[in-house]
Design a protein around this ligand. Structure first.
Ligand SMILES: [Zn+2]
Ligand SMILES: [Zn+2]
Length: 122
């Protein structure tokens, strides 16, 4: 008879780490896939539509959602000014390319909420 060994299901630190790493890798794959698909679908008309949106509406678009996740991934999922890895926000260093940031990723930086507030003098 086949024996079931419950030790095979114990969550050891090694198993937890490899599970976390697998999840992190999967999340990164999805972010890269979404970004690649979004870039492939972009054109001048879409860039213009995004540029003309009120900034608060722009921040609600799928474009910005995909782009900000990609920017965080590219910046190593931590703040560019301090070691924090939580409450990350994407900050525009310049606003010259709103709607076409995907072609000017150097315009963007990743800051935690504290460093971001300090950047805007809040
Ligand atoms: Zn910070
Ligand atoms: Zn900002």
């Amino acid at each position: 008879m086949l024996e079931i060994n419950l030790d095979d299901y114990v969550l050891t630190p090694e198993r937890e780490r490899s599970w976390r790493e697998a999840m992190k890798k999967r999340a990164a794959e999805i972010i890269i896939r979404d970004f690649t698909e979004m870039v492939a679908a972009m054109d001048e008309a879409e860039e213009e539509r995004l540029r003309d949106l009120p900034y608060c509406d722009f921040l609600e678009t799928r474009y910005w959602h995909v782009l900000r996740r990609y920017a965080c991934l590219k910046h190593g999922d931590h703040c560019d000014r301090c070691p924090r890895t939580v409450t990350l926000q994407v900050h525009h260093l310049i606003y010259a390319h709103v709607g076409s940031e995907y072609r000017y990723l150097e315009d963007l930086t990743v800051l935690c909420d504290r460093c971001h507030a300090a950047e805007h003098g809040r």
